[in-house]
Design a protein around this ligand. Structure first.
Ligand code: GDP
Ligand code: IMO
Ligand code: MG
Length: 427
């Protein structure tokens, strides 16, 4: 088996966690490498359902190692809540969860400023998850951040928090007329949190280096999706990290040659949560129907997900910027009752054919989706377990998606549970 990256290839919530959970059956170590508690990753096994925000979805498998890499922005409070939750569910994390000592920490200034900025932006708001992601990455790049390792040593933590308080409390007062946050309280609280996460803190890059040397098999679990990538997405309506496959290497501290296969997860249709352009969005009854049947409500914020038809220019862009080797197509079962299913094959913009979602927001706004209509198969496929069991029209639909994106199908998912998954080609 190969080392694999699993990447969202639309606007997030494609079902990455479900695919990671399935592929973990053949892996040893599962690594989150970017994003933070903005992610909501759902895994269903038997009658148990878990939603992870920071802990890799592989934790469901009791004998696997799970790693949070340096590219993640870590909220220690959320991490401890998740650790407690998985403990209660008898999935003991001790000895099999590692957190990078050089991952940055989400602090109260970050979550507060995230919310204040969004409130102030009014109609221009990004629609963030309010988890402090953008402000934390911003401090990281600005070289004033706090890292996980700092929480274990007051000598490291104190000057950094004092500096951060100076900068951000001034910003709070001037820009938002908001009360300051007491740095002494933050130091006390975060040293305490540091003590609690200390058993998990490690040099993750070193651990992964040895794991690779020993021939262990790795899965890198992407969060968000390619069109939310800070460079490749619909900027500024994006998240604040690189969500693409290339970042697995940076965000975990392994060389790029460690990665053999890149799985792009796509829904059989498209959803987006938060604001920003969405060319194939259905603002009608069909969109409502997709939301209802697909249960399209955010796993982190509970917000309605916007729904629309499959958008090939989006998935094609993901194929290119990630170097996808396989598609994992999820939620095919949701389309069972549709008589006709539309697929956007390309856009028309300023009288020209456009095959990839453009980088410029204004150009995306001028793109008109061009659709092809395919017949629905009209039957419940949630019990199908192999390609041959799928109705011919469902197979045709999948083949057409794969042709349009230019990537072969690796996995098809027909329900939320682990066993509602079929392998098509993992080579
Ligand atoms: P992620 O963020 O990409 O891991 O995806 P989320 O967990 O946010 O959202 C995907 C949702 O779809 C979850 O509720 C999953 O349980 C569910 N899901 C995943 N695959 C399938 C599928 O093939 N069919 C159906 N009906 N639900 C699925
Ligand atoms: P998973 O990993 C879907 C969206 C937010 C908003 C934008 C910026 O579950 O697929 P942020 O809080 O990151 O600054 O918000 O990105 N967003 C997601 N949408 N799935 C996610 O994660 C998301 N994480 C962030 O809705 O539009
Ligand atoms: Mg999600």
């Amino acid at each position: 088996m190969s080392n694999r990256v699993v990447i969202g290839s639309q606007w997030g919530d494609e079902g990455k966690a479900k695919i990671v959970d399935f592929l973990t059956l053949d892996a040893d170590v599962i690594v989150r490498f970017q994003g933070g508690a903005n992610a909501g990753h759902t895994v269903e096994v038997g009658d148990q359902k878990f939603v992870f925000h920071l802990i890799p979805s592989g934790i469901m498998h009791k004998d696997k190692m799970c790693v949070i890499g340096n590219g993640v922005v870590l909220d220690p409070i959320q991490t401890l809540l998740e650790i407690e939750d998985i403990r209660q569910k008898k999935l003991n994390p001790e000895g099999r969860l590692l957190i990078a000592n050089n991952a940055h920490v989400v602090l109260p200034w970050h979550t507060t400023v995230d919310k204040l900025k969004e409130e102030k932006a009014g109609e221009k708001a990004i629609g963030t998850t309010g988890r402090g992601i953008g402000p934390c990455y911003s401090d990281k790049v600005n070289r004033i951040g706090v890292r996980v390792g700092d929480l274990l040593d007051e000598k490291e933590l104190r000057p950094r928090i004092e500096n951060m308080a100076k900068i951000h409390n001034k910003e709070f007062e001037k820009m938002f007329n908001a009360p300051p946050i007491d740095p002494e309280k933050v130091i006390r609280d975060y040293l305490d949190l540091g003590k609690k996460i200390a058993p998990y803190v490690a040099d993750v890059s070193e651990y992964l280096f040895h794991s690779l040397k020993e021939g262990k098999k790795l899965i890198f679990e992407g969060a968000q999706g390619t069109i939310l990538d800070v460079d490749q997405g619909t900027y500024p309506f994006v998240t604040s990290s690189n969500t693409v496959a290339g970042y697995a290497s940076c965000g975990a501290g392994v060389g790029p040659k460690a990665i053999d296969q890149v799985f792009g997860v796509v829904k059989a249709y498209t959803t987006r949560v938060g604001n920003g352009p969405f060319p194939t969005e259905l603002n009608d009854e069909l969109g409502e129907e997709l939301r209802r049947i697909g249960n399209e409500f955010g796993a982190t914020t509970g917000r309605n997900r916007r729904c629309g038809w499959f958008d090939a220019p989006v998935a094609r862009k993901a194929a290119i910027v990630n170097g996808l080797t396989h598609l994992a197509i999820t939620k095919l079962d949701v389309l069972a009752t549709f008589d006709e299913i539309k697929v956007c094959t390309h856009y028309e913009c300023d009288g020209k054919k456009v095959d990839l979602i453009p980088n410029q927001l204004s150009k995306v706004g001028r793109c008109m989706p061009v659709y092809e209509t395919l017949p629905g198969w009209g039957s419940d496929i949630s019990g199908c377990r192999s390609w041959d069991e799928l109705p011919k029209l469902a197979q045709d639909y999948l083949i057409r998606l794969s042709e349009l994106v230019g990537v072969k199908i690796g996995i098809v998912s027909v329900g939320p549970k682990r066993d509602q998954t079929m392998v098509v080609d993992l080579n």
